[in-house]
Design a protein around this ligand. Structure first.
Ligand SMILES: [Zn+2]
Length: 88
């Protein structure tokens, strides 16, 4: 194998791309490990002001932080989350 300047530049390019790919994979793993996960069972939805919030403690009854209305979480409340889309 002949060592030339072109081969040297090509090797540097390949090593740089490999290093960038390794950094990318490492960043993706870090993001997946630290991703927030919100359980639908912890999410409260105020019927008065339509605010969705998570209480500080795992309770089934609390007050809305915006309008102070009592919000009740039903046991089998699996209704879909309120949509953020505009209704036309
Ligand atoms: Zn409210």
């Amino acid at each position: 194998m002949e060592y030339s300047f072109v081969n040297f530049i090509f090797m540097i390019l390949v090593l740089s791309l490999g290093y960038i790919a390794w950094l990318w994979v490492r960043e993706e793993r870090r993001i997946n490990r630290n991703r927030w996960q919100l359980s639908r069972r912890q999410l409260f939805h105020c019927n008065n002001c339509h605010l969705a919030f998570v209480p500080k403690e795992p309770v089934s009854l609390c007050r809305c932080p915006r309008c102070n209305t009592v919000c009740i979480r039903r046991r089998n409340d699996l209704s879909p989350a309120p949509s953020m889309e505009k209704k036309s």
